[in-house]
Design a protein around this ligand. Structure first.
Ligand code: CTP
Length: 417
């Protein structure tokens, strides 16, 4: 059960000092400042804080001017959004926003914003648990919509009937919060969400906005249950067509999470590999370069037809399989490896073969009198495969092997026996 008397012990001393400073600056300008949104929710829940959002009843831009001397913070202002970002380095990001009300001119539009009161600023928000505030001056909970009660009852509740229609990304947020904290939507909120999906409002979201929410989902530990929930309510199908997320992909996602490296990139690659929906690739177009590299590797893997899953491959075969594969793709293959043998094969390549020194190239062939053409590639790849297999590390040995191949006219030496 969350506690109300939390403020002091949830914020480090250093951060408290910085918040006091912000509070003082606000006082001197006659403004009021409040911690709002997810930070209040997370402090009440006693979970670790990420970034802090502060709402100022006053002009956040003007406040920014007072921060030039602010303890090494990097201050960025965004005049059109009436926001200021303080990058504190070690203490995370503090976003300072002018209190506002928002007007959505049509479903899924980006809202028009107008400076307003704290109440309006909280009312414009997605869920009651995200619509609480704490004054910086007098650290007490301000809770107009009983967010605290919903937090205690583990409920996600919208503040008004149009919340999902105004901003359908909130459906993704609701699912994310539900699964992250093991909460559920209350009946009315669930009904509003289903109505919004039925009316197909989420289709109106731009790819950028869908991407931003999906990226957040894919970095959460509970992401596979979030994806299942999206499918359960029909949102996945609406956004990405008929293909669901196969259970084998969910297993891959679990492995990637346990590996703990590059979780986002690898998860996107796993989804793109397994789900052939044009719209998914469109949404994840930022990852296209990596995905193309992965596809190239898969083509090679298929054409070689080597069984990497069941046994360790020899060094030459590993070279044939992985040469020129992007290091990030190699790490991905390791992260999703279906068997220990597969993983070991990738690792052996990465650790023992990837950086193997070759002393032969096209110039060498030219010096041997071989006419330039497609045979260069065949000869060099063949020779390199053999060189790696036989661990020929010296220049003379490598030159000798290549020369022998040329002399024998072995221009088709890809096959290792
Ligand atoms: N918010 C909203 N509607 C959205 C996105 C955000 O009302 N579509 C509000 C919520 O009050 C939210 C706050 O803006 O708490 C800050 O948003 P953000 O930083 O994206 O999320 P957090 O709630 O802080 O959650 P997280 O822990 O995922 O960062």
């Amino acid at each position: 059960m969350p506690k109300k008397d939390w403020i002091g012990d949830r914020i480090s001393e250093e951060l408290q000092k910085l918040l006091s400073l912000i509070s003082e600056k606000c006082n001197s300008l006659g403004y009021k400042a409040y911690i709002v949104g997810g930070a209040v929710r997370d402090m009440l829940l006693g979970v670790e804080l990420s970034d802090i959002d502060i709402t100022v009843v006053g002009d956040a831009q003007r406040l920014a001017g007072a921060f030039n001397d602010c303890h090494g913070c990097v201050v960025k202002t965004y005049p059109s959004f009436k926001t200021v970002t303080l990058d504190t380095g070690g203490l995370g990001i503090i976003d300072i926003v002018t209190a506002r009300r928002e007007i959505y001119n049509y479903p899924a539009a980006l809202p028009e914003v107008y400076p307003s009161s704290l109440y309006d600023d909280l009312y414009r928000r997605d869920f009651s648990i995200n619509a609480m505030a704490v004054s910086l001056k007098n650290p007490q909970l301000i809770d107009y919509f009983d967010g605290y009660g919903d937090l205690c009852n583990r409920l996600i509740k919208v503040l008004h009937c149009n919340s999902f229609v105004d901003d359908p990304t909130r459906i993704l947020r609701a699912i994310r919060l539900e699964k992250r904290y093991n909460f559920r939507m209350d009946i009315k909120t669930e009904r509003l969400m289903m109505a919004c999906i039925k009316e197909e409002y989420p289709r109106r979201l731009s790819n950028e906005r869908i991407l931003a929410e999906l990226e957040l989902i894919l970095t959460e530990p509970q992401r596979t249950s979030m994806l299942s929930r999206m499918q359960e309510v029909g949102l996945w199908q609406m956004l990405f067509g008929g293909s669901s997320v196969p259970s084998s992909t969910c297993r891959k996602l679990d492995r990637i999470l346990n590996g703990g490296r590059n979780v986002l990139l690898f998860s996107v690659l796993a989804l793109l590999e397994d789900i052939k929906e044009e719209k998914l690739l469109e949404v994840f177009s930022r990852y296209k370069t990596f995905y193309k590299k992965l596809e190239r590797f898969r083509d090679r893997e298929r054409s070689l037809g080597l069984e990497m899953k069941d046994k360790p491959l020899g060094r030459g075969l590993l070279y044939k399989m992985f040469a020129e594969t992007d290091p990030e793709i190699l790490k991905y293959l390791c992260a999703i490896a279906p068997t220990e043998h597969y993983k070991k094969n990738v690792r052996t390549y990465m650790q023992e073969i990837k950086d193997f020194m070759f002393y032969i190239d096209g110039n060498t062939l030219e010096s041997f009198g071989v006419a330039p053409g497609p045979q260069y590639r065949v000869l060099l790849e063949g020779a390199k495969t053999q060189i790696v297999e036989d661990k020929i590390t010296d220049i003379d040995g490598q030159l000798k092997l290549l020369k022998e191949m040329v002399q024998k006219g072995e221009y088709n030496v890809w096959e290792l026996t």
